[in-house]
Design a protein around this ligand. Structure first.
Ligand SMILES: NC(=O)c1ccc[n+]([C@@H]2O[C@H](COP(=O)([O-])OP(=O)(O)OC[C@H]3O[C@@H](n4cnc5c(N)ncnc54)[C@H](OP(=O)(O)O)[C@@H]3O)[C@@H](O)[C@H]2O)c1
Length: 252
């Protein structure tokens, strides 16, 4: 029997207050996981928690800035003391503050983008792995981007950070296999969220994107959640170190 059940599993999802992270949290909760919803601001998280509980699911709210390593360490300490285990980690939170030429980019833009998108997830996995291993293993999904494979013009630093997330996924998959922790990546294409709003609202950028997407549309956030559900479930028990691409065919 193939099982997608996440009953009795504790799942931590970063960037869960809106967009793709919210959709992932709703899906994992629907399949039985207790979802720990993480982002900087608790207001958005509380709204997602309410939706999950209204549907009969389990969710709690935890604030953390993914660019702050001391808070990341405290986050895992709190999960350990309050829940005693961690089965699933979805590194989804990311930022893209700079749109422009790399030759004009500031050190601050580099530090913020790489700090939140790559350094934070790297250390979150480092802190979480021991807790996961103590519970017998687990599954990690890092949300990268198709830009990590084919960098987008004016999104150079973001694309570099996402290429790093793909490499990090493979490296951790090899290192953590002996602890029975699987590590995979999700590579979304253009998806309607706050992060991509400016791209979708720009006629020129949107038409360019559509010329590269065989399905001729952008995705809705929930279209990303099924792939994550698969990767974190026992249905993907032999899958580690890989990336699932959900991009309407853009990389084909
Ligand atoms: N949308 C797309 O077209 C697209 C395409 C490819 C890949 N992706 C990837 O998909 C993931 C989700 O993106 P999205 O489009 O859903 O973005 P979004 O709608 O802007 O949501 C981003 C989430 O991350 C949180 N966040 C931002 N900075 C944070 C920080 N420093 N610390 C902790 N949480 C932080 C936000 O909450 P707070 O503001 O409360 O912190 C929010 O919950 C990202 O990894 C993104 O790179 C998106």
């Amino acid at each position: 029997m193939i099982s997608f059940s996440l009953e009795n599993k504790v799942a931590l999802i970063t960037g869960a207050s809106r967009g793709i992270g919210e959709a992932i949290a709703l899906a994992l909760a629907q399949y039985g996981a207790t979802c720990l919803l993480v982002s900087r601001k608790t207001d958005g998280l509380a709204a997602v928690q309410t939706k999950i509980r209204a549907a009969g699911g389990k969710a709690d709210v935890l604030a953390c800035h993914m660019g702050d390593l001391s808070r990341i360490e405290r986050l895992i300490d709190q999960v350990q003391s309050d829940y005693g285990r961690l089965d699933i980690l979805v590194n989804n939170a990311a930022t893209n503050p700079y749109f422009g030429l790399m030759t004009d980019a500031s050190e601050a833009a580099w530090d913020k983008t790489v700090g939140v998108n790559l350094k934070g997830p790297f250390f979150l996995i480092g802190h979480a792995a021991g807790l996961m291993a103590a519970g017998g293993g687990g599954s990690i999904v890092n949300v990268a981007s198709i830009n990590g494979v084919t960098p987008a013009l004016y999104q150079g630093i973001y694309s570099i950070s996402k290429a790093g997330v793909i490499a990090m996924t493979k490296a951790y998959a090899k290192e953590l296999a002996e602890k029975n922790i699987r590590v995979n990546a999700l590579l979304p294409g253009l998806t309607a969220t706050k992060l991509s709003q400016a791209l979708i609202d720009s006629d020129e950028i949107y038409q360019h994107a559509m010329s590269r997407i065989p399905l001729k549309r952008h995705a809705e956030p929930m279209e990303m959640a099924g792939a994550v559900l698969y990767l974190v479930s026992d249905a993907a028990s032999f899958t580690t170190g890989t990336a699932v691409v959900c991009d309407g065919g853009a990389l084909a």
